[in-house]
Ligand binder design. Structure first.
Ligand SMILES: [Zn+2]
Length: 193
């Protein structure tokens, strides 16, 4: 962890609070399934990046993906609140790797209550009263963590409302070792232009 902080040259806390809140973008999962708790835990990015209250704006969503709404928050964070660099951080053992758009769409079409996961397959304990709306949503699931980090950094970099001066970095948080591992291809793609 100290290596990361050195590498990113974290300014002192007071500097951060005044002019450079850092963006850590993390994925959030809530429990509900009986699968291994590793991906259900709500991870605390401020804690694992060694940040104190007020050091960063943290935007969370399922998978930590660069959705339209995440980008909306990022743009406000820079334009009106002055953040100067952004980090996209996904994590290992993410629940978003465990299903596809078809799987969740079909589960929801059948029934809306919490589904079960047996380590391989999702199933509904109850049936009926589902809704097909889920089959028309892009859920931003993850096939491969490094690729999804690169994809998200690239999408933010190319967004017309994102200043070309903001450096973007891509990382994966290893939930077992506690290390933040840089995705160099993402950081490369996120360089200011
Ligand atoms: Zn996750």
């Amino acid at each position: 962890m100290s290596r990361l902080l050195t590498k990113l040259s974290l300014p002192t806390k007071s500097t951060l609070r005044v002019s450079a809140p850092r963006r850590i973008w993390r994925c959030r999962r809530r429990g509900g399934s009986q699968y291994s708790p590793a991906w259900m835990r709500v991870l605390n990015p401020a804690k694992f990046a060694g940040l104190a209250e007020g050091d960063a704006h943290v935007i969370r969503n399922a998978g930590g993906r660069a959705s339209d709404d995440a980008i909306r928050s990022l743009v406000i964070s820079h334009k009106l609140l002055g953040t100067r660099e952004w980090f996209v951080i996904h994590h290992t053992n993410c629940g978003m790797e465990l299903f596809t758009d078809d799987v969740i769409g079909d589960l929801l079409a059948d029934n809306l209550e919490t589904a079960k996961f047996d380590g391989k397959t999702w199933s509904n304990p109850k049936h009926g009263h589902g809704a097909s709306a889920g089959q028309f949503i892009k859920w931003h699931t993850i096939k491969d963590q490094p690729s999804s980090v690169v994809h998200d950094v690239r999408r933010i970099r190319e967004h017309p409302l994102v200043s070309k001066n903001i450096p973007l970095y891509g990382y994966i948080y290893d939930v077992h070792s506690g290390n933040l591992v840089e995705v160099t291809e993402a950081t490369q793609a996120g360089k200011p232009r």
